[in-house]
Every structure is written in C-alpha cells, then in structure tokens.
Design a protein around this ligand. Structure first.
Ligand code: CA
Length: 227
C-alpha cells in the first residue's frame, strides 16, 4: 500500500486513476490544481506524487521544483500531454523520477508507478512476479509464458530481459544497459547477443513475430516493451 497524491485538473482522468489505484489497495488523495497539490503533500505522509504539467495555477514543473526545494524526496511521476523532448528534460532536471505522456495506457502507467515505488522503497526482495502481455501471461518466477495453447519455457536470459524491459515499460532500454546488468559485461556495438534473445522472445510472445506489437525495436538504441 502506498499513499499517493494525484495532481490533475481533468476530473475524469483523476477519478479513473484514483479508482484504479484504490482498487490496488493504495490510499489516494486528489488535487485539481498545483497549490492544493502542494498543500496535500505537506499535510500528510506521501509516498508518490502523480503530477500533471498543465494546471490552472501553479504548473506541474513549479510544483515539482517547490517539492524538491522543500526537501521532499518521494518519487514524482509527471503526467503530461506534452511530448516534446525539451519538456521531458525539464521535468527530469527539476527532479521528477519519470515522465508519462498522454494518452497512455493505464496498465503502462500503473507499471511505471510500481517501478518508481519499488526503486524508492529500496526493497530488492520485491521482484516482479509476472505480467500479462496480450492473451499471454509471463511468469518470471517459473520462467514460463502461459499461452492459450499451453506453457512455453523461457530461458534465464530471456526472462531477465523481459524483467528489465518491464521495469522500464514504454521506454527504450539500450542494449548496452541490458548487457551490463544481465551479462555483466561492456561490449562493442556489433554484439548480437541481446538481439538473438529478442528474436527468440518474439517467437514466444508475439502473435506475429514478424510484426511485433509488444517487444519493439527502438532504432539504434535497443528495445522497448509495450503492454
Ligand atoms: Ca491538465
């Protein structure tokens, strides 16, 4: 259970997020403007702030800046209709932990909130047990994909790649980062290790491996998981 403050001026979006987070067992408070958001965070213990950028009074960037200036260290996830790189950089420079661009899938947002909470909680035991991908279920503990046709085993490296992609769901994860963390090596650009495992993962997870919908190639960078 986490205590979450949502600062969002679109009532339908705020309500939808609150319902889903409460359903997951979190305690949620909502503010429709920046000043109220700041007040809520200062009034009560808060584990995570979900922050819209375009707000009626104090905008999300300023809320983020003020919270960090006041010494608050909880994760702040920025939620914004603006997708430009400059805004993303600005949000992250002001101390936000993650940045989700509207429109987003609820599952993706929840996964990223979980990841932010996990990083902040410093609970290494809380390893992700699995997640759903289309009509398939990925079981990272048993290292299996459960498909409508039956179970397909995952190799150790395949399941670690999936775990890492899921922790950064919706973002491109560089090949070099995967090699570093999973294989513990630094390597040259010609290395095909990750790509070979991705080919195999797509065969197990994608309805049409030639036209992947979940494990996407991030050109010249690496790979990205889309739920
Ligand atoms: Ca807004």
């Amino acid at each position: 259970m986490a205590r979450i403050v949502i600062v969002e001026d679109e009532p339908e979006l705020a309500l939808g997020l609150r319902d889903n987070l409460e359903f997951e067992g979190h305690q949620v408070a909502c503010a429709a403007d920046g000043k109220t958001g700041l007040r809520l965070v200062k009034q009560q213990p808060t584990d995570l702030v979900l922050l819209d950028i375009m707000l009626p009074d104090v905008d999300g960037f300023e809320v983020c800046r003020r919270l960090r200036a006041a010494g608050y260290t909880m994760p702040i996830v920025i939620l914004s209709a603006r997708g430009q790189e400059i805004d993303k950089v600005r949000g992250l420079e002001l101390g936000a932990d993650d940045y989700v661009t509207k429109p987003f899938s609820l599952r993706e947002l929840l996964a990223r909130l979980h990841a932010a909470l996990r990083r902040a909680g410093g609970a290494p035991a809380a390893r992700q047990a699995g997640f759903a991908l289309g009509d398939r279920q990925v079981d990272l503990v048993r290292q299996m994909v459960i498909t409508p046709q039956g179970e397909v085993p995952l190799g150790y490296y395949e399941s670690e790649i999936l775990r890492m992609l899921y922790e950064h769901v919706g973002e491109a994860v560089p090949r070099a980062d995967m090699l570093n963390r999973i294989w513990g090596v630094g390597v040259g650009p010609a290395d095909r290790t990750v790509d070979n495992h991705i080919v195999s993962l797509r065969r197990k997870l994608e309805p049409d491996p030639a036209k992947p919908r979940h494990i996407l190639t991030a050109h010249a960078v690496g790979y990205k998981l889309v739920l």
